[in-house]
Write a protein that binds this ligand. Structure first.
Ligand code: 13P
Length: 333
């Protein structure tokens, strides 16, 4: 357990966050196609190589989350991704859920699956060199019934317990989606309910909070809500929920970006840290585990063109640097 707590603290150490590049084969292929790049195993590999080999990535990034396909691949020069990450002092994480399915009697609400055989898969990933894992529960505001919330929280806790047993730090990701017209108060209420249930279930199943990283959504209004959410309000409501629901033993919170732009996500994260550093004491590190807010610009710059790799890496580096600055207490961005 000591090793888990050390790894968790290293992942959220000051000025560092996590790069989420673990899109499933299906999602990654769709994002490549949308950027005009015909998807293939080779192209998905090329793109992840571009991300990992960005010069000075570990200045801002403590860990990178990959999917099973990438974890088994190698760079063009034959170096396995696992080795290349270690050489760069970047911890490797592995996404281990297998996506969502509708939960019966839940009006289209979904639950995340992937628990069958998970213990064996985790042992193999640890053997390969992964030090942490990720499981994402997806909650729509309009469908976050007690049934959906409990089913997802229970699965997250079973996953987290299996990870700790296998010696991997679980990233616990309950995502309340931004999709919808709802106002920020609604996101706050749903996030409060979801995190409360998640920590009840983690406790029930014996998960040590010192050996996890929480990856929640920020409290923001829906993406179709006409009333925007100023960063100060996002920070106040987000910290209120965290203070109500998080044990102080959790070493860190690494927020997902959830469809926000890099500028928006970083402004919100900076406001959260400013407020935490001012009068609202928060014992946890507050950092990022962004996917799209870090990589979208790089993908759009690259578009599969080998001559655009350096330009794309520069975009990723800029976005990571901005996020790392926002992750500092009393950050000014
Ligand atoms: P976004 O930051 O793009 O929401 O992705 C984070 C993630 O890992 C989703 O599971």
């Amino acid at each position: 357990m000591h090793e888990l707590a050390t790894t968790a603290r290293r992942l959220v150490r000051p000025g560092h966050g996590i790069l989420a590049a673990d899109e499933s084969i299906g999602t990654m292929s769709k994002r490549l196609e949308a950027a005009g790049v015909p998807a293939s195993e080779q192209v998905r590999r090329d793109y992840r190589e571009l991300l990992l080999t960005t010069p000075r990535l570990s200045t801002w990034v403590s860990g990178m989350i990959l999917c099973d396909e990438t974890l088994r691949q190698s760079l063009a020069d034959g170096t396995p991704f696992v080795v290349a990450a270690r050489e760069r002092e970047i911890e490797l994480g592995i996404k281990v859920d297998t996506g969502t399915v509708p939960l019966p009697f839940s009006g289209g609400g979904v639950v995340t699956q992937g628990l069958d055989g998970l213990g064996g898969r985790l042992a193999e990933y640890r053997e390969m060199g992964a030090t942490f894992a990720k499981w994402r529960a997806v909650l729509e505001v309009s469908r976050a019934t007690k049934r959906i919330v409990k089913a997802n929280a229970h699965a997250l806790a079973r996953y987290a317990a299996l990870c700790q047993e296998a010696g991997l730090v679980p990233i616990v990701e309950p995502e309340v989606l931004m999709t919808g017209r709802h106002e920020i108060e609604v996101c706050q209420a749903v996030t409060h309910k979801v995190l409360g249930e998640v920590f009840d279930q983690l406790d029930l199943l014996g998960v040590d909070p010192a050996g996890i990283v929480l990856k929640p959504n920020m409290v923001v209004a829906g993406d179709a809500c006409p009333v925007p959410s100023p960063p100060e309000e996002v920070a106040r409501r987000t910290l209120k929920v965290l203070r109500a629901q998080l044990p102080s033993a959790v070493p860190g919170v690494a927020f997902l970006s959830g469809g926000q732009s890099n500028a928006q996500a970083c402004a919100n994260l900076a406001a959260v840290n400013r407020l935490a550093g001012e009068d609202q004491a928060a014992p946890w590190a507050l950092t990022f585990s962004f996917g799209r807010a870090l990589v979208d610009d790089a993908l759009r710059t690259w578009r599969g063109n080998p001559n655009a790799v350096t330009g794309a890496q520069n975009r990723l580096a800029e976005n990571c640097a901005r996020a790392a600055a926002a992750a500092a207490r009393r950050a000014v961005v």
